[in-house]
Ligand binder design. Structure first.
Ligand code: DO4
Ligand code: MG
Length: 274
């Protein structure tokens, strides 16, 4: 089942039928068994109007958004290359195989955009890329209760100048997109689940790429264990799990581009670049 946040409230969709949900996303995430609660709503509920794409909002309440980095070989290689003049390459190599993963704070809800809304470029960046990532929805007890699509927008020239500039390269207005909805399931997505991206400029794809979850170096639960060490998340949180697709170094996003990210079983997140 997929949970959508819309201008008319929360809607859960199963087998193409939509059902209104009265609780807020914060209440749902704090529930002991979210899957069972929504299953119950569907069984006892009356089908509502289908979800309208234009009414979709970012599927987030009060959750913080965190992100993991260098969890795919492709990201490791891209980061080593972009930071070699700054001497940062060694850090990325080491974190790829270290026991402790790279985790960084990405966004508060007000910085997150939803489906159809514009993602942003930093005005002082010259080399910007989207990062298509599987996003976990984790409840306050540390259980992964859902999955959505995340775009970890990144300024590669700023990050590459000095790894200590990472927060500036990663956290700015409209630097994170989530959506279109949250897959609520008790089964983790299969290793062969595909993540794909197409960047469209003037009606033509100027970059496209694809990977699978099988390429991810770390298990989601391993990332969650580190994130929840000595931190409490009363409303749960989202965790982006890292990118396995990086465009060639000659590529930078431009205003007006359209970023389309698909993940099997979840849907497609589409955002223009502003
Ligand atoms: O270390 C920099 C960021 C890495 C990242 O965002 C990723 O691998 O997805
Ligand atoms: Mg990333």
């Amino acid at each position: 089942m997929i949970l959508y946040r819309t201008a008319d409230g929360l809607i859960v969709v199963r087998e193409n039928k939509a059902y209104l949900v009265d609780e807020s996303l914060d209440e749902l995430v704090a529930h002991l068994d979210l899957f069972a609660l929504l299953d119950d709503r569907i069984r006892g509920g009356k089908a509502a109007e289908p979800v309208k794409a234009a009414s979709l909002l970012a599927p987030i309440g009060s959750q913080e958004v965190w992100a993991a980095g260098v969890t795919y070989l492709r990201s490791r290689a891209a980061r080593i290359a972009e930071s070699k003049d700054a001497g940062g390459g060694d850090f990325y190599d080491r974190v790829y195989s270290a026991e402790r993963p790279e985790l960084f704070f990405k966004a508060l809800p007000q910085k997150v955009v939803g489906p159809g809304a514009a993602v942003g470029l930093r005005s002082d960046a010259r080399w910007s890329v989207p990062e298509p990532e599987l996003a976990l929805l984790i409840d306050p007890t540390g259980r992964v209760v859902g999955y959505t699509i995340g775009n970890d927008m990144s300024s590669r020239d700023i990050e590459g100048q000095n790894p200590l500039y990472l927060p500036q390269a990663k956290v700015y207005n409209r630097s994170c997109a989530l959506g279109p909805g949250i897959l609520i399931t008790r089964e983790p997505p299969a290793a062969e689940t595909r993540i794909s991206i197409a960047i469209v400029r003037g009606g033509e794809a100027v970059f496209s790429g694809e990977t699978t979850l099988a390429q991810m170096k770390r298990r989601p639960q391993e990332l969650v264990e580190y994130l929840y060490r000595d931190q409490i998340f009363p409303f749960g949180c989202f965790l982006l799990t890292g990118t396995g697709i990086v465009p060639p170094d000659s590529f930078t996003l431009e205003r007006g581009d359209i970023v389309r990210i698909g993940i099997d079983g979840i849907g497609e997140l589409v955002n223009p670049v502003a």
